[in-house]
Design a binder for this molecule. Structure first.
Ligand code: SF4
Length: 235
């Protein structure tokens, strides 16, 4: 029996893929994104232990309801790729039950993604930053790991939604977003690009966890401005 650790589930996700989604927030992440609003998902080994079959049984109870909306299940986190066996088993069981599967990821797992991607209908990929040095500074990881995952998606021809959090002073310049566009234009499997305005909704979690929030003082990104940038750059 394959078991994994999850932080929580959300039965009515509306922003985590097409239609209404059953969202599974897996526990554990190696990155430390400065703007992460789920720092409580970082630590591996915490959260609830559950078998893949028990989790998918739970998901199935909502199937009629999310199916009617064109939805399905989204594995988010944390970083779902950090529990590859558990993720693979969950995905297989979902596909056996004809459930649409989305993987919401920063692409930083252990490599060897081909088998997992066979059972993924859609990847929502979090770009973070396209420059190696800035990526490292913003999230504390190696950009090449996430690029390795993107290559695997390209090879498997997995449908991609690219997501970029637009952070004032970090990823909000037209120049940066044009560079992002030029990079994305080279990829054949991208279906959608979503610019997400930086917000501060998870900041109080840091206080509760006794952790320092690295972007303290950075104001939320103006939502209208982000819409305008998206329209202008992705005309
Ligand atoms: S990858 Fe996601 S969960 Fe991990 S630190 Fe970044 S925003 Fe948080």
């Amino acid at each position: 029996m394959v078991k994994g650790r999850i932080h929580s589930v959300e039965t009515m996700g509306l922003v985590d893929g097409p239609g209404i989604r059953f969202v599974v927030f897996t526990q554990g992440c190696k990155l430390r994104c400065a703007y992460c609003h789920n720092p409580d998902t970082w630590e591996c080994g915490k959260g609830e232990e559950i078998s893949a079959s028990d989790l998918v049984d739970k998901i199935k109870k909502y199937k009629n309801y999310f199916k009617a909306s064109g939805g399905g299940v989204t594995f988010s986190g944390g970083e779902p790729l950090l529990q590859p066996e558990f993720l693979l088993e969950c995905l297989k069981l979902c596909k056996e039950n004809n459930i649409h599967t989305t993987l919401d990821t920063a692409g930083v797992g252990f490599g060897d993604y081909d088998e997992i991607l066979k059972y993924v209908d859609l990847v929502m990929f979090d770009v973070k930053h396209i420059e190696e040095k800035d990526y490292k500074e913003l999230v504390g990881g190696d950009i090449n790991k996430s690029l390795e995952f993107l290559k695997a998606c390209e090879k498997a021809n997995t449908k991609l939604w690219i997501r970029q959090v637009v952070v004032p002073g970090i990823t909000d310049s037209k120049e940066y977003l044009m560079d992002l566009k030029n990079n994305i234009d080279k990829m054949k499997n991208v279906e959608k690009i979503e610019l997400l305005p930086y917000h501060v909704l998870g900041v109080n979690k840091y206080e509760g966890l006794g952790m320092k929030y690295r972007l303290e003082g950075v104001e939320p990104m103006n939502k209208e401005l982000v819409k305008e940038l998206q329209k202008e750059i992705w005309k």
